[in-house]
Design a protein around this ligand. Structure first.
Ligand code: SF4
Ligand code: SF4
Length: 243
């Protein structure tokens, strides 16, 4: 007993207490800060960088940092709250600022808060992901991020889920499995796209092996950018949506 107590005291508190205001390293590449001006958009590997006006589409961006190194008008800040319920709001220009974005990017619906605010069970579907986003989603449930304390958990069966979290660019080979999974989730249900691949195809957007028709058939509730998505980005995105 004494040894157990000693061990607990030695380990201290391992979870991030205030997940909404967690500090993250300066080096983290997150919310773009853009100044009016020019940049060569051809350097961007995913077409996220556009000119006239200068903008970055966080739904396409892999946060690789190439544009930041090449162009003085772009800085990737360490702002990690990147999620939005509106695909168009993921496009950041010189007029965007992090504080306003975090307050307005997620539309809070009373029905969602009422239905899922106390408990949200999610089924994860990797639709040809590289395992980067999937590993970060696993980390959301570890002792450090401890997403379960907010009533948010991943479950094994879609029949026990309130929604699906899709990672990967949606390959043709995953079309049947993805739709089957979606249909097995009872109503009301939500769809969350996690990572540049799921939101836009990311670096695979021009691949002939993709089939993204699922996204034309079913509504998307939440977009969570990243490549991969950081656990703090994921958990804060969901919390802002259901609370
Ligand atoms: S950080 Fe994003 S916008 Fe910049 S070059 Fe990389 S993918 Fe393109
Ligand atoms: S968004 Fe990036 S990390 Fe996530 S599945 Fe695609 S390539 Fe992998």
């Amino acid at each position: 007993m004494l040894d157990t107590l000693k061990s607990r005291i030695f380990q201290g508190k391992q979870y991030i207490k205030d997940i909404r205001n967690a500090s993250i390293k300066e080096e983290f590449r997150g919310f773009p800060v853009i100044k009016e001006g020019e940049c060569d958009s051809s350097i961007c590997p995913t077409g996220a960088l556009k000119t006239n006006p200068l903008s970055i589409d966080m739904g396409k961006c892999t946060f690789c940092g190439v544009c930041e190194r090449a162009c003085e008008n772009i800085k990737l800040s360490n702002g990690f709250k990147l999620s939005s319920t509106d695909r168009n709001k993921l496009i950041i220009t010189s007029e965007s600022d992090y504080e306003t974005y975090t307050k307005s990017a997620i539309e809070i619906k009373e029905s969602i808060v009422k239905t899922f605010g106390h408990s949200l069970k999610l089924r994860q579907v990797s639709a040809a992901g590289c395992n980067g986003c999937e590993m970060e989603l696993n980390a959301c449930s570890n002792v450090n991020f401890d997403m379960g304390r907010f009533g948010i958990d991943f479950v094994a069966s879609p029949r026990h889920a309130d929604g699906i979290v899709i990672t990967g660019p949606l390959s043709e080979n995953m079309t049947f499995a993805l739709e089957n999974c979606y249909n097995a989730v009872p109503n009301p249900k939500i769809v969350i796209l996690c990572g540049a691949c799921a939101i836009s195809g990311g670096i695979f957007q021009n691949s002939e092996t993709l089939n993204r028709e699922f996204l034309e058939k079913y509504p998307v509730d939440l977009y969570i950018p990243g490549c991969p998505v950081h656990p703090l980005t994921f958990i804060n995105g969901i919390l802002s949506y259901i609370h």
